[in-house]
Write a protein that binds this ligand. Structure first.
Ligand SMILES: NC(=O)c1ccc[n+]([C@@H]2O[C@H](COP(=O)([O-])OP(=O)(O)OC[C@H]3O[C@@H](n4cnc5c(N)ncnc54)[C@H](OP(=O)(O)O)[C@@H]3O)[C@@H](O)[C@H]2O)c1
Length: 202
């Protein structure tokens, strides 16, 4: 498949690009700092641009079969990516989100609420931005999935990914970036979580 990736130059992004190429996909990486992408491959193209460059974003997504966004707390960028998708044939959108974004199926306990409150206090702008981005994704006409994670780490892939909602005693708070990359890539063709916001952890 042809997958456009926002956030390819980041830590998860590099792992995801490698996983996707190894799986035979063709990747377009949209990057504000293309030189940070240390992978070269015949099936990897880079489109340089900021997240406010509508023309470049459209060029990056218009021939894609799916879009994965792992940039983070930049809701205006999310809005612009969705606007470009709306002008294209692509429908599938997988977005990395966080535990700061609630879901009606969550059953947050006191410990979890304290964590989210800590994030809200320590990083209020990021907290507001990820929530705003999630609202934009949920309101979109795309075939979206919001993948919620609490804490990422750089340990080796475990292959053991728990999926669910917070507070049910299944999903924890930490996952390796490698496992998250695997889950994100799987969502491109797997519609199990279509228009849902699953939480994942190891
Ligand atoms: N770190 C965590 O514990 C954690 C927890 C929950 C959710 N997440 C989410 O998981 C995803 C991956 O996280 P990560 O820690 O692996 O990523 P990362 O290494 O921090 O990389 C972030 C990526 O987003 C790009 N980016 C950030 N701000 C941008 C902006 N204003 N305009 C354009 N591009 C921008 C970066 O581009 P440059 O290379 O140019 O900087 C980079 O490609 C993100 O969506 C993050 O919000 C992370």
């Amino acid at each position: 498949m042809r997958i456009t990736l926002f956030g390819a130059t980041g830590r998860t992004g590099h792992l995801l690009v490698r996983q996707a190429l190894d799986a035979g996909h063709t990747i377009t990486a949209y990057a504000r700092n293309p030189e940070r992408l240390t992978i070269e491959h015949p099936n990897l193209a880079v489109v340089a641009g900021q997240l406010d460059n509508d023309e470049a974003i459209l060029a990056a997504v218009q021939d894609a079969d799916a879009v994965i966004e792992g940039v983070g707390a930049v809701s205006d960028g999310t809005r612009r990516i969705i606007a470009a998708i709306d002008k294209s044939a692509v429908r599938r959108l997988v977005v990395v989100s966080t535990c700061s974004v609630p879901d009606p199926q969550d059953l947050p306990d006191a410990k979890f609420k304290a964590l989210v409150q800590f994030v809200k206090t320590a990083a209020p702008t990021a907290y507001q931005e990820v929530r705003r981005a999630a609202e934009i994704v949920r309101a979109s006409d795309t075939d979206w999935t919001l993948v919620r994670v609490a804490k990422l780490n750089n340990k080796n892939a475990t292959g053991k990914i728990k999926v669910g909602h917070y507070g049910h005693g299944i999903v924890g708070l930490s996952i390796t970036r490698a496992d998250m990359g695997t889950f994100l890539l799987d969502q491109v063709a797997d519609l199990t979580y279509l228009r849902q916001a699953p939480a994942i952890s190891n």
